[in-house]
Design a protein around this ligand. Structure first.
Ligand code: PLP
Length: 399
């Protein structure tokens, strides 16, 4: 295939049309730069939706992955492997949790914690106490349970996918009384509260620390599992290893995926002491989960991120300050934690802004109904930030 139109034609002919794609084919990446097949250079403020946390082709990451592919790629979870052991130990250390399960994606991680919550409750209280509370506007994935957990029914719970899995209630975010109501209705049979510390796909909406502290106390009182879905916020994105550490709460389980392996498919969930032994042999599993290459990539990713963790909040604050100083009339509000940044727009559709910025050489993301989202590589340097923000200013000025 010689050029973009041949590649696009092949996609159109052979790949299911489940995505609205932008008209660019990326061929190479280096640091925070991406290159399309026609030689055009782009600054990456999206990192493949929060995945390329160490940028593109980071030499340490490339070396770790290459070395592992030469040694051994995969043996299944019927055996022990060193990269998996190192990764599990490191994840427990940085999260303060007590055990981990590896899978391949964010949705799978969420499916896993839903099983965990139901089994915990079944073991202790018997059948029937299986319902899970999640937030309106949340996104937890597109599989059976994770799709149902997602709090955007009009967008995702299409009637043609019915029947859906039972056992989910959605309550408004940052509204403690709405959550508390369930605690007074025993027949609701709740076993867990599942939340994103910052609603990512829903528009970069952070949950308040006060709300989370009260929610954690309510969960404790009622023995509901407190489960943080950190598929997007986890692995240093917000300037802590996990966003829950910023809110000073301790969940019973935490999901992760996206940025953990810097570009390879790996996800999982961490368990606190209370649920460390809830899932036993045969209760859960997956063929690929945590295979040697993905684990080696994750070990390299964490090693690259550790020394720069303390710079991430500062970089996020720098970006926000610079955008504020641009005084762009289309910017209504900026919501950010570390390098997870949402710019609420007015007078221009978020998808139109993303398309215009892409044309001008800056890769960004839409979120929610009207938010322009930045999830740049966590390794991004000031020079790339400044170059990206210059494109933002020129493109959005006057809109
Ligand atoms: N949970 C959250 C918070 C997410 O942001 C996402 C994806 O955006 C998922 C789950 C699903 O992850 P995946 O697309 O890897 O299945």
């Amino acid at each position: 295939m010689k050029n973009f139109s041949e590649i696009k034609n092949s996609y159109d002919a052979n790949i299911l049309a489940t995505y609205g794609r932008f008209p660019v084919d990326f061929e190479k990446g280096a640091g925070c730069r991406l290159f399309s097949s026609d030689g055009k250079e782009y600054i990456d403020f999206a990192s493949g939706i929060g995945v390329n946390s160490v940028g593109h082709s980071h030499p340490k990451w490339v070396d770790a992955v290459a070395r592992q592919t030469h040694e051994l790629a995969h043996v299944s979870n019927l055996f022990y492997t060193k990269p998996g052991a190192i990764l599990a130990q490191k994840l427990c250390e940085i999260s303060g949790m007590d055990g981990v399960f590896f899978c391949n994606s964010g949705a799978e991680a969420v499916e896993g914690v839903i099983k965990l919550a139901r089994k915990y409750s079944f073991d202790k209280y018997g059948a029937g106490r299986h319902n899970i509370i999640t937030l309106v506007g949340s996104f937890h994935g597109r599989l059976g349970a994770s799709l149902r957990a997602t709090g955007q029914p009009e967008k995702f719970h299409k009637e043609y996918f019915a029947p859906f899995m039972e056992g989910f209630f959605h309550v408004p975010a940052n509204d403690f009384s709405a959550l508390e109501k369930f605690a007074n209705e025993n027949e609701k049979n709740i076993c867990a509260f599942l939340f994103e510390p910052i609603l990512g796909e829903g528009g970069v909406v952070p949950l308040c620390e006060e709300y989370l502290k009260k929610a954690a106390a309510l969960c404790e009182k009622n023995d509901w599992l407190l489960i943080a879905d950190e598929v997007q916020t986890g692995i240093a994105r917000v300037g802590e290893w996990f966003a829950f550490q910023d809110c000073k709460i301790k969940p019973d389980a935490v999901t992760f995926a996206k940025g953990i392996a810097g570009g390879l498919p790996l996800g999982g969930f961490l368990c606190g002491e209370k649920v460390r032994t809830t899932l036993g042999a045969g209760d859960h599993g997956t063929t690929y989960g945590g295979n040697l290459i993905c684990a080696a990539a994750a070990n390299a990713t964490l090693e690259i991120l550790e020394p720069i963790l303390s710079e991430i909040k500062e970089k996020g604050a720098y970006i926000c300050e610079k955008i504020h100083a641009m005084n762009l009339s289309c910017v209504k509000e900026i919501r950010a934690r570390g390098l997870m940044i949402g710019i609420k727009l007015q007078s221009v559709a978020h998808t139109e802004a993303v398309a215009k910025l892409l044309e001008a050489g800056l890769v960004t993301l839409p979120a929610g109904a009207d938010v322009l989202r930045f999830l740049p590589p966590l390794t991004i340097e000031k020079t790339d930030i400044d170059a990206g923000l210059e494109i933002l200013k020129k493109t959005l000025r006057g809109i």
